[in-house]
Design a protein. Structure first.
Lengths: 754, 160
């Protein structure tokens, strides 16, 4: 039997949300209105660290048009704290504030202007505490800590005999790198409408993980899961910023207090005081032989999780998981620490801990290659973990051929020729010698997929069309379209006949989350299961219809055929129910025990990340121009190749932001640049002249048709590739991001002085 | 409406039709469009004239409706994404966005389409550099920009 050709999988189909999103009809949470809803405004703490002595909301409550003011005093008959790993975040600040902008109270009023005016009338008396600013201060702190201590979490692992191994190395290198706090800038700031009614809470919110929000709200308000409905309309960008639970508990509590639905829409400034990426500091000690063989690596990393844990536990762990790199190293020791400071709580951001870890690891790889006189590309290749071997002891082996992936990017980029050209230009270049070119490379693997737990339902209607139910939030990644493709493929019906209902906990079955590059792989498997369930039912019905065996039936394009006769799926469904209506229901479960056997090991898959960069450095000003950037994306099997490219390009562009431009600046706990004028994100004019994704389809993923996740890999390697290119161009090594003109210029001066 | 503030009557053309409203002096155009006319395609994001999510065309020119007072629309023609989508002449532009995967979350898309339309109306054959410059007042955090440039190039060709 010849292999069946895909009808929609692998094709750049028209996204199911195209018409909505190109016409302005797409409904985001902020576009919704619930009858009687109040408008909310936060009362933020102006201080980064202080005890709350007194909150007086009397004047605000007395203002005409004000329905309610929520303070810590109102957090009764409910749990008061939430959080994904540690329940340390109060719904509104209790006893003390831990970062500037932490909500101390919230007002619900007839309109936004009234809410804003009333928020100004809430009087809060504080007793200031010394401010814990940054990782170094948090480590060496003698004053009152942010929580019971400044240590949020610690983690580590080890194999081999690291200390003995270092004694036997030819050379040992030790380098420290720092990564700044950065902000996701999802263009839609967090927004939530909550309606608290007796025995029921309904929420419409910009959340990535509707079912985790549902569970958190149910726990906080002591309700059953079925009493909490979380609906996630289109999400205007997530990138991790809307992971887990953010403003939903506050809005639900405010609705309870106001006795009516309440809507809170944050500004960009407030969103920057809601979540950010962890700043990090990482020190890596590496022992090598003179031929470039890495023998031992000892890594110590710190992440700054801000005022509350948010996702600090997992980020601390992922930083450690990702620090030693994709290399076969016989002796490894890694320790990581998550630290509290008085700043915006840090949560998930596209590849948690990944860019921070790989910035350090891949910068140091170049330091070592240069010191040993090796081509930085070949030095990496020499040490890569071979396919099928463990990159972290006890974890899933690397499923892909990393060397082949690296060479595919180097070939596309023209690594050797570019390197030689840049070198010869530097020696024979223009007389002023002011602008220098260089190339840089970086590679990594990241453990992705979070937990392998998803479910899906599919309904094949009596007219042959279908509806698929998924928990994934549509935040731009195109999950609804990919799921429609997979469902159509499995049910053997045209893509255009599939409708997707998503992210409404009262309508769709459970899913863990939308993040960690997991949806195509795991929700994809659930949808594949639901679609296959329907197909099998159809084959049985067709077998009855034709008085044949199911395996004698062909099913394609919405109809079943046997020996030249055909019957439409719609007719089979109606036949089964004996009339005009009816439908088939299919289900898909994804658990670690999935029958494919591919989900037993952690991680769900390894996401490959590779970057090659060519830069121009103006040595007079320190300005870095990124001329060319090549990335790789291995989706295993691309369900929709255009969307895969889009994920990779978007991730790489965000990384260009943290590489060259972006940094949240704090002084004494005060955020200095809480707006898009002072916090500069990449614009069209920052697009490199060549910006390419090399698409590999290795077919080795655990998802449907060999697919695996993408979307995070592209963000991981840009910073080290660019910094390595700056080094290649100038000989100056910059160990802090972003590579601002001032930072690069100072590094150049130090280089000259040395 | 607090006492002592006078509403300003505004007549303008909205997506090709006559429109009338009375607005407070400081009401930004975006609030008029979203609140009074229910045109929620126009999005609010940075509130600082950087991101372009709120861009609409005022007499064919892109403006930030988050900061432009609504009364400034008086006597002028306002085009929002809803008007653009209803105009068949813009179909090659929106289709080029589909073909090139030039949108993801869709939050920047309304402003992006309008800025691209203003560019193509003024310059039917823009160079890549011209496109980047013309759209540099519009942020997209999802796509990485390249596919939007390609979409505008394709649209330019299709519309010529």
């Amino acid at each position: 039997m010849t292999e069946r050709e895909f009808r929609t999988v692998g094709k750049a189909v028209r996204r199911v949300d195209a018409d909505d999103k190109l016409s302005g009809r797409a409904q985001f949470t902020g576009d919704m209105s619930v009858p009687g809803m109040a408008f909310a405004k936060l009362v933020p703490s102006p201080l980064p660290h202080a005890r709350i002595v007194r909150v007086d909301a009397a004047r605000a409550r007395a203002m005409p048009g004000v329905y309610a003011v929520l303070t810590a005093d109102e957090l009764v008959n409910m749990e008061t704290r939430y959080g994904s790993d540690k329940k340390d975040r109060p719904v509104v600040a209790m006893d003390k504030v831990r970062f500037q902008g932490e909500p101390v109270a919230a007002v619900a009023a007839v309109d936004l202007a009234t809410a804003e005016a009333a928020a100004e009338l809430v009087e809060v008396e504080y007793e200031e505490l010394p401010v814990v600013s940054g990782i170094d201060a948090a480590l060496d702190w003698r004053g009152e800590p942010v929580h019971e201590s400044n240590l949020c979490h610690e983690y580590g692992y080890e194999w081999g005999d690291v200390d003995a191994a270092f004694r036997n190395c030819d050379r040992v290198f030790e380098d420290t790198f720092t990564f700044p706090m950065v902000y996701h800038y999802a263009m839609e700031p967090h927004v939530c409408i909550a309606s608290y009614e007796p025995g029921r809470i309904r929420l419409w919110t910009s959340a990535q993980h509707p079912f985790l929000v549902q569970a958190e709200i149910a726990r906080l308000f002591r309700l059953q899961l079925d009493q909490v409905q979380v609906v996630v309309p289109f999400v205007g960008g997530g990138y991790g910023s809307k992971s887990y639970t953010k403003i939903e508990p506050l809005v639900a509590a405010l609705s309870r207090e106001a006795g009516r639905p309440a809507r809170l829409a944050l500004s960009v400034e407030e969103a920057m005081r809601t979540v950010r990426r962890h700043a990090a500091k990482a020190t890596i000690r590496t022992g090598v032989m003179n031929d470039g063989t890495i023998i031992a690596r000892d890594c110590v990393g710190y992440v700054d999780t801000g005022g509350y844990t948010d996702n600090g536990v997992r980020v601390t762990e992922r930083l450690a998981d990702r620090m030693p790199g994709p290399y076969a190293i016989p002796h490894v020791r890694v320790k990581s620490y998550g630290l509290f400071t008085n700043s915006t709580p840090a949560g998930s951001y596209r590849s948690i801990g990944g860019p921070q870890a790989v910035w350090a690891c891949e910068s140091q790889m170049d330091v070592i290659a240069h010191a040993l006189g090796l081509d930085p590309f070949e030095f990496r290749v020499k040490n890569l973990v071979p396919q099928g071997e463990e990159v972290r002891r006890g974890k899933r082996p690397i499923e892909g051929d990393l060397e082949a992936a690296l060479r595919s990017v180097a070939d596309a980029f023209g690594w050797e020729a570019s390197r030689e050209r840049a070198a010869s230009e530097r020696t024979s270049g223009p007389a002023d010698g002011g602008v220098k070119r260089g190339v840089g490379f970086a590679c990594a693997v990241t453990n992705s997929g979070a937990s392998p737990t998803s479910t899906s339902l599919a309904r094949l209607h009596a007219d042959g069309s279908a509806t698929v139910f998924i928990g994934s939030a549509e935040m731009g990644q195109g999950s609804r379209s990919a799921m429609a493709q997979i469902a159509a493929e499995e049910m053997r019906i045209p893509y255009e006949k599939v409708r997707v209902v998503a992210s409404d906990t009262a309508a769709v079955p459970w899913d863990r989350s939308t993040g960690s590059s997991r949806s195509t792989t795991l929700m994809g498997l659930a949808v594949q299961g639901a679609g296959a369930d329907i197909r099998e039912q159809l084959l049985r019905l067709a077998a009855e219809h034709f008085e044949a065996f199911p395996d004698e039936i062909d099913a394609e394009d919405g109809q079943a055929s046997f020996k030249g006769e055909t019957v439409a799926f719609s007719a089979l469904v109606r036949e089964m129910f004996g009339g005009s209506g009816g439908e088939l229901i299919g289900r898909g479960y994804v658990t670690p025990k999935h029958p494919s056997g591919k989900l037993r090991q952690d991680p769900v898959f390894w996401e490959v990340s590779i970057g090659a960069a060519e830069v121009e450095v103006d040595t007079a000003t320190g300005e870095v121009r990124l001329l060319r950037y090549y990335s790789v994306s291995d989706p295993g099997k691309a369900i929709n190749p255009k969307q895969v490219e889009g994920q990779d390009e978007g991730a790489a562009m965000q990384a260009i932001g943290h590489t060259l431009l972006e940094e949240m600046l704090y002084e004494d706990g005060q955020l200095l640049n809480p707006n898009l004028v002072d916090y500069r994100v990449p614009l069209f004019t920052d697009l490199p002249g060549e910006f390419e994704t090399v698409l590999l389809e290795t077919g080795n993923g655990p998802g449907p048709y060999g697919a695996k996740g993408v979307g995070e890999g592209g963000i991981v390697c840009v910073a080290p590739a660019v910094a390595n290119a700056v080094f290649d161009a100038t000989g100056a090594r910059v160990s802090s991001l972003p590579l601002t003109p001032e930072r690069v210029w100072r590094a150049l001066r130090e280089q000259q002085d040395a | 409406m607090p006492d002592g503030m006078t509403e300003i009557p505004v007549r303008f053309t909205l997506n090709g039709a006559e429109a009338e409203a009375a607005v407070a002096p400081r009401m930004p155009l975006i609030d008029l469009l979203r609140g009074e006319f229910g045109l929620t395609g126009t999005k609010r994001s940075c509130d600082a004239q950087v991101c372009g999510a709120c861009a609409v065309l005022l007499d064919g020119q892109p403006v930030s409706s988050c900061t432009l007072p609504a009364f400034e629309a008086r006597g002028k023609a306002v085009l929002t994404v809803e008007g653009l989508a209803a105009d068949e002449r813009s179909a090659p532009l929106t289709e080029a966005f589909v073909n090139n995967a030039a949108f993801q979350c869709g939050f920047c898309t309304p402003g992006m389409l309008l800025a691209a339309k203003a560019l193509l109306d003024a310059d039917p054959a823009p160079s890549e550099e011209t496109i980047k410059d013309a759209l540099s007042g519009n942020v997209c955090r999802c796509t990485g920009y390249k596919k939007i440039v390609e979409a505008v190039e394709e649209a330019a060709e299709a519309m010529r």
